[in-house]
Design a protein around this ligand. Structure first.
Ligand code: AMP
Length: 212
């Protein structure tokens, strides 16, 4: 199954992608995680992407399409994948079509704007493996320590309140049009993000027709 997760920043795409990945045994492909890794390692790609990421803007289609194309060509993606944070523009969605990638389902996680900011202020990510947490809704077992790999969890620089608003504006302008793009294909499903992660996961599995 090739899946796309759509939704505003902070809607819970990463968390739900992890749950689907564990359930179906297909990789979560997060362009945001790949870009953060490149920035952390100071690679040429990271240097190119850093400024846009810090300001809450999008990295250029050309760069992101390039890394996505390489990633889905890796062997673990052969039997399916979950795209988390890609596509983020109509041009990126068209690039998937051009690459001949068949998408089975597009799942939108919808969270009203007024709840997004609160969700983002409590969000934490593992600085080593990129796993997602939330201090209230999905806390780590030991404070600030990743359950999966034991590294430190941190707040993302772009989750600062001043950047969150510009990221939401970018989402509305550039990414929300993808709902219409995929709505026309009949592949778009929508679930509403719930307070409890497990409740959203249940709705997600139901929408995808996967047994809980
Ligand atoms: P995310 O972790 O998905 O919220 O992504 C973090 C940041 O990485 C975004 O705010 C963008 O600057 C950049 N980014 C991630 N995915 C994409 C994409 N598909 N297109 C452009 N920029 C992206």
């Amino acid at each position: 199954m090739n899946l796309i997760l759509l939704g505003a920043p902070g809607a819970g795409k990463g968390t739900q992608a992890e749950a689907i990945s564990a359930k179906l045994g297909i990789p979560q492909i997060s362009t945001g995680n790949m870009l953060r890794e490149a920035v952390k390692n100071g690679t040429a790609l990271g240097l190119q992407a850093k400024e846009a990421m810090d300001s809450g803007a999008l990295v250029s289609d050309e760069i992101v399409i390039g890394i996505l194309k390489d990633r889905i060509a890796e062997p673990d993606a052969a039997k399916g994948f979950i795209l988390d944070g890609f596509p983020r523009t109509v041009a990126q969605a068209e690039a998937l079509d051009t690459m001949g990638v068949n998408i089975d389902k597009v799942l939108e996680i919808y969270v009203p704007d007024e709840r997004i900011c609160a969700r983002m202020s409590g969000r934490r990510v593992c600085e080593a493996c990129g796993a997602s947490y939330h201090i209230e809704y999905k806390p780590t077992a030991v404070e600030d320590v990743c359950d999966k790999c034991g590294a430190k969890t941190v707040q993302r620089a772009d989750d600062a309140p001043e950047t969150v608003l510009s990221r939401l504006a970018v989402y509305r302008e550039k990414t929300a049009p993808l709902k219409e793009f995929y709505g026309k294909t009949g592949k778009l499903l929508t679930v509403e993000g719930q307070e409890e992660v497990a409740d959203t996961t249940k709705l997600v599995f139901e929408a995808l027709g996967v047994n809980d």
